[in-house]
Structure formats: C-alpha cells, structure tokens
Ligand binder design. Structure first.
Ligand code: DX5
Ligand code: ZN
Length: 224
C-alpha cells in the first residue's frame, strides 16, 4: 500500500479554513486529519460537530477524525453521521474508552475505518485483545492537546515494535500504523523507516510557505 499523508487542520489558519483545506487538497494529500478536543481528556478545546459539518460541505479530502475526548462512545456515531459521506476514519483514544470492544464494532458498523490512538506513555499491550478488529493504530508522538510540539524520540522504537507485531498477523487482519505529533520534513523518513503507513502533520505542513512543495518533498522522503 502507498504511504498516506494527512495534514492536521488544527495548525491551519481558521479564519480561512475552507481555503486551507482546498490548498492541501490541491497539494494532493490523501486525507485531512481533524483533531477534536474536549477540555477534559486534553487541556484544550478545538473543533467539534459544527466544524465537521462545515468541512463536509466543501468536498474535502477523506476525513480522518481524531477524537481526543472522554466517553468517545457517546459521540463517535454523531461525528460519522455529521461528516458523512466524507469520514474515512474515526479514531478514539484507548485511555478514554472503557467500552472498547463495543465502540470499535460500532464505528465499523457505520461503514468507516476504526482507529485506536495510544498516548506516548501507553504501552502496546493495551492492543492485545483488539488489534485484529482495528483498521488503524494511531501512535501519538507528542502528548495530545496542542499542535507544534516536539516529537518524542522514543516513539520510533514503539513504532518499530508495533510494526513487528502487526507483520506477524494474518495479512488481511493487519491495521495501518498512523503517526501523529511533531512529524516534519526532518523526521518523516526516520518514522517511515520504522514502519509507519500514515503520516499526520500539522505545523510540519501548515507552517511552511508552500504546501505543495512540502507535501511533494514528504512523499519523496517516504517513497510514496
Ligand atoms: C495533537 C494532535 C495532532 C497534532 C498535529 O494533540 O492530535 O494532530 O496537533 O500537529 P503537529 O504536527 O504540529 O504536532
Ligand atoms: Zn491528531
């Protein structure tokens, strides 16, 4: 499979959000990453249902919605419905969800990919019982909450370990590895070599002058 690039719109200029999304679409990105925060699970508030509704009206690239909220089981379905038909992937945080089995099944039954995100300090063994159910494992490479943070270096080893575990699974059960937080031109190759498939980048794209050039350069570095 081709490796995928998903700009995180959290780092875009919200005064011209539609244009910012169109510009990365023109740059040929695969998905856009939408960070939803609730001020409880993480110490910040960002986008919510109205933002997803608005984005879905401008024919965006497939949406990758990352819920950094408590009780995601209460909202997952609503986000999928309000972003329809543009939601490709709905990801919840493992630390925020006690009803994991049901919530993952429910996301999949809505016809979108199901992702599970792990914070930097969360060990891989939380995946033991659910890995074959997942379409994506999202490895957080910063503490969730804010764009523009520094990539946590120990994430590279975590990705390598996860790659090994996933490669030992049946080919049709293997989830994608997505990485999120601090991904930029200067480290994307290292993370790709460690085994990542999907690259979320907020400031790594939106803080550059020419999105098209940045995305093209990223693709070159990851061979996509
Ligand atoms: C962190 C979010 C990320 C992140 C991306 O809470 O989930 O999507 O902000 O932004 P950068 O790439 O700037 O770290
Ligand atoms: Zn995110």
């Amino acid at each position: 499979m081709n490796k995928l690039i998903a700009p995180s719109v959290i780092a875009a200029d919200f005064a011209i959000l539609g244009k910012e999304v169109q510009d990365v679409k023109d740059a040929g990105v695969d998905w856009i990453h939408v960070d939803v925060m609730d001020g409880h699970f993480v110490p910040n508030l960002t986008m919510g249902i109205p933002s997803v509704q608005a984005l879905s009206k401008i024919d965006p690239p497939p949406m990758d919605i990352h819920l950094m909220i408590d009780n995601p089981e209460e909202f997952a379905e609503l986000f999928i419905k309000e972003g329809s038909p543009h939601v490709k992937l709905l990801t919840i945080q493992v630390e925020a969800c006690t009803l994991l089995h049901n919530t993952i099944s429910n996301i999949k039954s809505q016809g979108v990919m199901a992702g599970l995100a792990l914070n930097p300090a969360t060990p891989l063994n939380v995946l033991d019982q659910v890995l074959p159910m997942l379409d994506v494992v999202l490895v957080m490479c910063v503490e969730p909450g804010f764009a523009g943070q520094k990539f946590i270096e120990s994430s590279v080893n975590k990705i390598k370990q996860l790659r090994k575990i996933i490669d030992s699974m049946e080919p049709d059960e293997r989830p994608l590895i997505e990485v999120d937080g601090g991904i930029k031109l200067n480290n994307i190759k290292k993370v790709s070599d460690a085994g990542a498939d999907v690259f979320v980048s907020g400031s790594g794209i939106y803080a550059t002058d020419n999105y098209k050039e940045t995305v093209a350069e990223m693709r070159k570095l990851i061979g996509s």
